[in-house]
Design a protein around this ligand. Structure first.
Ligand code: 4AD
Ligand code: MG
Length: 466
């Protein structure tokens, strides 16, 4: 924010309080629980980060925020206020508050900005007025609560700096990805969430009664994205996807955010390059736009800046060999488990692709490698440091007969896919796509123990509240 804008804001503040003063009302003594003196219809709120830029010592300011920390002294309270942009210490003489200020009370504090090296951020506000806008009695979260309790009060715990920082990183992940798609002329589309056909198979379906017919919550937008390459060629979407995951793990949500892309005229090699570039560019954007949040979280921004294509590749056969020779059990045709992925990536600093999967491991749409028909053109991208799978992508089967056979082999009702088969009947082209789990990327970037801490309201096997 420019100096001039701040100046305007403080001018406005001065104007409103001086107006009151000249009307014979002392603003300091004005009704203690009055609404804020800032004109809320104009977006005139001043943000803490702008007051901490070192150029406002001696000026008067009014901040709206919540009590984050408090210390009571004989004649004053030291109140650290938080807003969405930071924290700032205020010294509030007992005489200027009509009501006590508790943790999470919403307040307006008015006073003079003073340089003080002991204050967080180097400045504090010496208040001559403090108004409670919304009182907070016995805020239930203080210290040392179990993770279950914090999930029960997630609507309040989301105010913590821990979750807030993760939410900002998450926002930058989405922004970075969107920027990349924009810069490469991909089109963003909105596929349906309720559907009659399924992409990823029966075990994890959320079924619903759709006016007497069976409907499903989307597990993946892929099939619809495949249809939209015909008008738009390069399409992507960000949607919630739903999986009735029957086990509790640190990397599964029932409702997760799925970033999917699909592109015409691109083969397996091509789509792996897209995934690498998209991810690297996204991570660089996070490093550049959220350095403070990353630091607070304990992630070195350099870790993200160092990630650049091409990513390492390991063949499925090689995975089998390495996993088994490390004493773990994996049979040909098994998918990788969390434990296997952890083992493969724990020492890595950059993502790794697993390629050359056997046909049996992957869904019906994965294109068979014509030279080795037991294998498919599908790849999983595994995040480094042990975090494991963050995307699956590959080339799609574009041949009508081949895909009919595969749908039947999976035991799906072919009638539900007749629209999808039309895509192979009318101008089918080679095409490829992928899906990233946003929550999984965020978990890795923010080094969270569990995926539950990457999203404000995680949906799990046992939780639909709050
Ligand atoms: O590997 P998946 O199941 O692949 C698909 O759905 C493809 N149809 C995507 C496509 O090609 N358009 O899911 C893709 C990614 C996974 O790699 C993982 O990152 C994430 O979605 N994911 C989950 N994230 C959190 N909780 C879950 N239950 C997830 N299931 C998948
Ligand atoms: Mg997968």
């Amino acid at each position: 924010m420019t100096q001039r804008m701040i100046q305007n804001k403080t001018d406005l503040l001065r104007t409103s309080s001086e107006k009151q003063a000249t009307a014979g009302i002392n603003p300091v003594a004005a009704r203690a629980d009055a609404p804020s003196s800032i004109d809320l219809s104009e977006g005139k709120k001043i943000f803490i980060k702008d007051l901490l830029d070192g150029e406002h010592a001696g000026q008067r300011a009014s901040i709206l925020g919540w009590v984050w920390r408090r210390r009571q002294h004989a004649n004053a309270q030291f109140i650290v206020l938080r807003d969405s942009t930071g924290v700032m210490q205020t010294v509030v003489p007992i005489a200027v508050t009509a009501q006590p200020l508790y943790i999470e009370s919403a307040v307006e504090v008015v006073g003079t900005i003073v340089k003080d090296d002991r204050a967080p951020g180097g400045y504090e506000i010496r208040a001559d007025k403090a108004v409670v806008i919304g009182q907070s009695h016995e805020y239930p979260i203080s210290k040392n609560f179990s993770s279950d309790f914090l999930l029960d009060v997630r609507h309040l715990w989301n105010r913590s700096s821990k979750i807030k920082n993760v939410m900002i990183v998450r926002e930058r992940v989405l922004e970075g990805a969107r920027n990349w798609f924009r810069s490469k002329d991909w089109h963003e589309v909105n596929p349906p969430i309720i559907s009659g056909s399924t992409a990823e198979g029966g075990a994890t379906l959320f079924e619903l009664d759709y006016f007497g017919k069976k409907g499903y919550l989307s597990q993946s937008a892929q099939l619809y994205l495949e249809s939209l390459i015909f008008p738009l060629e390069k399409v992507w979407s960000l949607t919630p996807s739903f999986r009735a995951e029957k086990s509790r793990t640190s990397r599964h949500l029932m409702e997760f955010w799925h970033l999917e892309g699909e592109v015409a005229w691109l083969d397996f090699e091509g789509i792996l390059k897209v995934e690498e570039q998209l991810l690297a560019s996204t991570l660089h954007h996070v490093a550049e736009t959220a350095p403070a949040e990353l630091k607070a979280i304990g992630r070195d921004a350099e870790d993200l800046l160092r990630i650049n294509p091409p990513f390492k590749r390991v063949h499925y056969e090689e995975v089998l060999r390495r996993v088994n020779s490390a004493g773990m059990d994996m049979r040909p045709g098994d998918d990788l488990s969390t434990e296997h992925e952890r083992f493969l990536t724990i020492e890595e600093k950059s993502p790794v692709f697993v390629v050359e999967y056997p046909k049996a491991v992957k869904p019906f749409y994965a294109k068979i490698d014509p030279d080795r028909p037991e294998l498919v053109y599908s790849a999983d991208m595994l995040a480094p440091e042990g975090y494991g799978e963050i995307s699956t992508g590959g080339q799609r089967e574009e041949d009508l007969e081949a895909i009919v056979e595969r749908i039947n082999a999976e035991g799906f009702n072919i009638d539900n896919y007749s629209w999808y088969l039309d895509l192979r009947k009318y101008g089918s082209v080679p095409h490829s796509g992928f899906g990233f789990g946003i929550d999984r990327i965020v978990r890795w970037v923010t080094k969270r123990e569990t995926i539950l801490d990457t999203i404000p309201y995680p949906r799990t096997l046992t939780r639909i509240y709050p």
